[in-house]
Design a protein. Structure first.
Lengths: 406, 437
């Protein structure tokens, strides 16, 4: 399995998904050789804690500068910082260099299936398939179009993604939303694509114990005031600007509302400027990137979580919010809206409707309660174990098909 | 009582004839659905029911479709049946909300109903005007709505209802008691085993603590065979023909007086589409049923006059036709539904005080049970019926529109109060200030 960083070193949903799925697969008695693009000692305590008791998972680190949320230009800037010469000149060279490391990584290893997460690892996956002759499954957590706000994709990324999808024996998409995109934008046969929804590790949330008790001490939790929460990178894809424009409309109706934006990204300055331009800066709080106990605290303190994404293949954060007893408003352009019915849903561009629904939750307590009760139940039923069981079925089917004489 | 000579073990003996009658009523109702009404509309837009989109929130559009697919062709068939079979008779139960809509925009459809009633063998049942659950939340309001319904039926059709049917077939002992006091001959309820026990719904019963009134119980198996299962190909009864159905009905000879078939009028052509053969079924049914010489048709009031009760019907808790629970849980089963219905009835006194007819009528239209049905979250798990009838994308959307409209109604009530307040000299007002509250 070619995957990405695990919590707490992750900076987004992909790492969470990789570790959640790997843990659950190991519990399903799948032996995993997990390749991580990591220079760190991968047997460090947090990973050992995460995989405690799971003997059938083995890690290998590959020294590479790849990281799932680095854009091509960010990679170039990083490279110019004068890091080690071994890394590729640009992101795309680095992706190929990673693939070139594969023979060394898999030499002497036995496996039946290659499972590669997202495009940066597709060339490595293809290389592993070429050497071993084993079937390849590519797992699509996001496409270049998502990063491009649903409309455009970097053509170089697109080519690598398309090649991976074509070379793969099967594709796993994290939602019907993503499956449609793979069919429409990459011209892939839908029969080859299997939807496996992400899950949530309930034991990891709330496992940190005492932190929740601090919720009442959370600075913005003032009687009479409501908190609306955004958690995500501040990028075009996530729609933070729509969130702010809705906030403006909400404040016209409900001045006693705070909007908390947890996350960082290339639009951060632009968003701070926008909140000033809209005249709502005194009600909007930018916390920067937040994780762990601080994030849990935000989830618990909020009255409503909003996912305003322009294009969201899945979206794990709403599940985290629901587990923390806070209801969610979801963009219809998201995978998670396919699996949570006890949620408010809105087209991301419909700022008025977004504001209408936010105000309604703040104004009508029974609405908040009903959404919270039903939504939490649904979130709790979305386990990684379910996702892993689907993957195992797919593994078996692929191995069976390929082992039959033609 | 009716007697005849019947051959028994070779002897002719005088025996009570095993008469069986079919008592059918068709419920005709379309709600005034609330348009998408946002918080920003509160205080600015007082028209709640005038959606003009291409969605099913557009009331005129829905009614047009239902009239074309169901009401008009079915009325045509029923008229022909009444002409051909002098014994054929049945009843309608109209909501006032539907009649309002027909009068406002569909006179030809209203005429087609009038033509049937004019034949003289079509009864009309008493109902709440606004298809509401007022009996359980605001009994006086319930009485006003029943009265308003009666007046409208009298005005449009020239008849006065004598048998009561409450919204969603909802029923409880105290409703029957009320109906008896109000002078009704009969009342309708679901023939559910939970209250019937081993007894058959095909007899009349005496509601608990009443003396004269009789309750007619819906034979839900035979009713639902037509209303719900008719086009269900996986059902063992499929395809259901008039011949087959008549056989099932006539099998009840000797084990009942009346087969009460209660169903939505939209069963014909809307719930069961034309291509399912539902119209052919209806067209052929009376003739097939009357092939048995001792089976006939009766209207509800004829039925209660023809037969005696055989026992007591005791329903201490609310009974409805809906779902497996046969209770109100489809309407007030979750928190948002309960909060919405409590909020609307909480306005009773203050809205009536305004004496603003338009405002009061809007408030009443918001009581229509459908609004609460659309907020049902039960179907997320299993029920598909609920989803099929929901014009909103989600129960939460229905709730938001409803509560926003309610906020506007509250503003209008306040507004009316301010305007109606008589102007008093300042000194007088001061004197009274302490004593008012």
């Amino acid at each position: 399995m070619f995957g990405w960083e695990f919590p707490p070193y992750n900076s987004g949903g992909l790492g969470v998904a990789c570790s959640g799925l790997a843990r659950a697969l190991a519990k399903e008695n799948v032996d995993i050789l997990f390749v991580l693009p990591k220079t760190l000692d991968i047997l460090e305590p947090s990973i050992r804690f995460l995989f405690a008791g799971l003997e059938n998972i083995k890690f290998k680190g590959a020294k590479t500068g790849l990281s799932p949320y680095k854009t091509a230009s960010q990679y170039s800037r990083w490279k110019k910082l004068g890091v080690d010469d071994i890394y590729g000149d640009d992101l795309f060279a680095e992706v190929l260099r990673y693939a070139a490391l594969v023979p060394g990584l898999i030499a002497g290893e036995e496996f039946d299936i290659i499972h590669a997460h997202d495009w940066l690892s597709f060339p490595a996956g293809i290389e592993a398939k070429r050497i071993s002759g084993k079937p390849l499954i590519v797992h699509v957590h996001a496409t270049g179009f998502d990063q491009g706000g649903g409309v455009h994709a970097d053509s170089r990324v697109w080519r690598i993604e398309k090649e991976g999808m074509e070379e793969a024996d099967a594709i796993i998409a994290v939602s019907e939303f993503t499956k449609r995109m793979i069919v429409d934008r990459y011209g892939i046969n839908p029969e080859k694509i299997h939807v496996v929804y992400n899950g949530i590790d309930v034991d990891l949330h709330g496992a940190e114990g005492g932190v929740f008790q601090n919720v009442r001490n959370f600075g913005l939790k003032i009687p009479g005031y409501k908190i609306v929460l955004y958690v995500g990178r501040l990028t075009l894809q996530k729609g933070p600007d729509y969130f702010l424009r809705a906030a403006k409309r909400v404040l016209e109706e409900n001045p006693k509302t705070f909007f908390v934006i947890a996350g960082s990204g290339d639009m951060e300055r632009q968003m701070i400027r926008l909140s000033a331009e809209l005249g709502i800066a005194q009600n909007v709080f930018f916390t920067g990137f937040v994780r762990g106990g601080d994030l849990e605290r935000l989830y618990h303190a909020a009255d409503l979580f909003v996912l305003p994404s322009v294009s969201e293949p899945f979206g794990i954060t709403p599940l985290e919010s629901l587990i923390a007893d806070t209801p969610v408003l979801l963009s219809k352009q998201s995978g998670v809206s396919e699996v949570i019915s006890h949620a408010l849903k809105v087209d991301f561009w419909d700022v008025d409707e977004m504001a209408n629904k936010i105000v309604s939750v703040l104004r009508y307590p029974p609405l908040k309660n009903e959404l919270r009760r039903g939504g939490k139940q649904e979130a709790l039923s979305l386990t990684w174990q379910k996702a892993a069981a689907k993957c195992v079925m797919l593994y078996k089917r692929i191995v069976d098909i390929l082992s039959k004489p033609e | 009582m009716c007697y005849a000579l019947q051959k028994n073990r070779g002897y002719f003996i005088k025996t009570r004839v095993s008469m069986l009658s079919i008592c059918a009523y068709f419920h005709v109702h379309q709600p005034m659905r609330i348009k998408r009404y946002r918080v920003f509309d509160i205080g600015r837009d007082h028209e709640y029911f005038n959606d003009s989109s291409e969605t099913d929130l557009n009331n005129a559009r829905v009614l047009q479709k239902v009239a074309r697919k169901s009401y008009l062709p079915t009325n045509e068939i029923l008229f022909g049946l009444l002409k051909r079979h002098k014994e054929f008779r049945f009843a309608f139960s109209f909501s006032g909300v539907l009649l309002d809509q027909l009068e406002a925009g569909f006179p030809e459809v209203l005429d087609s109903f009038k033509r049937l009633v004019a034949v003289g063998r079509v009864e009309i049942l008493a109902d709440t005007y606004h298809h509401s659950l007022a009996f359980f939340y605001a009994p006086e309001e319930f009485e006003r709505q029943v009265r308003q319904h009666e007046q409208t039926i009298k005005r449009i059709f020239g008849v006065t209802p004598r048998v009561l049917r409450n919204t969603e077939l909802s029923y409880r002992n105290d409703l029957a008691l009320w109906a008896e006091k109000a002078g009704y001959l009969g009342i309708m309820a679901e023939g559910w085993e939970h209250y019937l026990g081993w007894r058959s719904p095909n007899f009349l019963y005496r509601p608990k603590d009443t003396k004269k009134i009789k309750v007619l119980l819906k034979n839900y198996r035979l009713s639902d065979d037509v209303a719900f299962r008719f086009s269900e190909r996986s059902w063992k009864g499929w395809p259901l023909t008039a011949d087959k159905f008549s056989g099932w009905v006539n099998a009840n000879h000797g084990n009942g007086n009346t087969i009460n078939l209660f169903m939505d009028f939209e069963t014909f052509g809307e719930h069961q589409w034309e291509d399912s053969g539902i119209f052919h079924f209806l067209e052929a049914l009376p003739q097939e049923i009357m092939r048995h010489p001792e089976t006939t048709f009766k209207t509800p009031s004829e039925t209660v006059q023809a037969y005696e009760t055989v026992g007591e019907f005791d329903v201490p808790h609310i009974l409805t036709w809906a779902d497996t629970e046969r209770d109100l849980s489809a309407w007030v089963g979750n928190d948002i539904q309960r909060s919405a219905i409590t909020a609307i009835y909480g306005l009773e006194e203050s809205v009536l005080e305004t004496r603003n007819e338009k405002l009061i009528e809007d408030w009443r239209r918001l009581q229509t049970s459908d609004h609460f049905y659309y907020m049902c979250t039960k179907w997320f798990g299993d029920g598909d019926v609920h989803k099929y009838f929901n014009p909103y994308q989600s129960p939460y959307d229905a709730y938001i529109a409803f509560m926003n409209v309610l906020s506007d109604v509250k503003l209008r009530i306040q507004d009316n109060r301010v305007r109606r307040k008589p102007v008093r000299p300042l000194s007088k007002k001061r004197v009274r200030a302490g004593s008012i509250h």
